[in-house]
Design a protein around this ligand. Sequence first.
Ligand SMILES: Cc1cc2nc3c(=O)[nH]c(=O)nc-3n(C[C@H](O)[C@H](O)[C@H](O)COP(=O)(O)OP(=O)(O)OC[C@H]3O[C@@H](n4cnc5c(N)ncnc54)[C@H](O)[C@@H]3O)c2cc1C
Length: 441
Amino acid sequence: MDFVVLEAGPRAAAAVGEWSHVRLFSSWSELLDPAARRLLDASETWTAPDDTAYPTGGEWRDGYLQPLADLLAGATGGQVRYDSRVVGVGRAGRDLMVDSGRESDPFAVHIETSQGRERLLASAVVDASGTWTRPNPLGADGYPALGETENADRITYGIPDFADQSIAARYAGKHVAVAGKGASAQGVLVGLATLSATDAGAGTRVSWLLRRPSVGDAFGGGDNDQLEQRGKLGQDAEAAATSGIVTTLTQFRTAAVAAQADGRLGVTSLDGQSLSDVDEVIVVTGFRPDFGFLSEVRLDLDPALGAARVLADQIHPDHHSCGDVAPHGHRELTQPEQGLFLVGMKSYGRAPSFLAMTGYEQVRSVVAALDGDLEAADRVDLVLPDTGVCNGAGAFDDPDALAELGAAIGDSCCGGAAAEPQLITLGANTGAAGTASGSCG
Ligand SMILES: Cc1cc2nc3c(=O)[nH]c(=O)nc-3n(C[C@H](O)[C@H](O)[C@H](O)COP(=O)(O)OP(=O)(O)OC[C@H]3O[C@@H](n4cnc5c(N)ncnc54)[C@H](O)[C@@H]3O)c2cc1C
């Protein structure tokens, strides 16, 4: 098959390269796709890693992802292009509204490179662009909190490389607010606790901001996790959280960040909790997919997660945190736009639990289908390691917590200084007439 891989970055796995210092909780044996491994083994230029070792992101890229890309670039019919950012996918000559020809005409893929803009034609598009470029903001509404953008110099998204001295110096001895509860947040708590135990890091203190009413299952399944290192990360994070340097603030839904007179930050929540003298904020609140370049193709996604619809119930962290997901492939990942597939981390939308081995099996099935081998495409074989915590995190607001929050907002409604709900109309013409200026009903 003719194929072209379009990578926005300067080399393979540009996103993984940005978290190259993070050690994966999957071992090499869980990070090598079987078909890719066969190709690499046959190439004789590749040295297989130790299956039982746990690579960092950088080792995964250099020891596997880049060699595989190099191999594919030399394959018959294959092209791997770097510095090629996809900025639009549509049907050639047809915008989103046009029905005719959608099933027969090629895709037009618009790309931006340092040499300018290009348009490629393709019979199918497999979008494996991940979610890395779109971290969730600190703001609880899903948009940046007030002041979040203005104070960006003290706010970091993702796991800092605490082993890098210049980066560690930014946090050593400081008051650091950490927002988020997933594996990345756990990595940050462990990193800061480790830093605080060094001479330079003495006095480091952490305010851990959780949107939920309790820590709940944040630390995962521990010894029950079938991914040993994922379980251990949770245990280490729990030890860090109870080590004395961490203060946990629950139900902290960030409303605003403001610079104090001394340059440090004050952070406030929607229900009036406030945190002062914050030197640095680390935001590890997950990621969301970018659908901007898919605006001219027809998608059918779960409205909450932005994930493939059929997967949503099995990956929504509120009601299913087991980690197991039914085997799925081209049939589940296909979109109303025939020939378009969303795979990899992007297929999970905002859900946090994606594993590389899921993506490998997804892509194997999709490519077999594109090649016309439906027997192979339908034979999806996927058994994922259990996390050891299967209940899900539960409803976002438990009744008690909701009552408390309701009281805080309700008391101030119609006259209070805090949240005063209003009916806002966007647009000045139709519908604006008769709009109430403020309503608490
Ligand atoms: C810190 C961290 C640790 C993780 N640890 C594990 C682990 O231990 N085990 C595990 O199984 N999984 C782990 N994951 C989850 C997951 O397996 C990885 O994120 C994996 O890299 C996802 O692969 P992907 O190909 O879907 O997306 P990505 O790796 O994000 O790759 C997407 C690529 O698309 C490129 N791109 C984006 N937009 C465009 C565009 N418009 N045009 C062209 N190119 C574009 C990006 O530059 C990037 O290189 C981890 C994730 C993170 C963030």
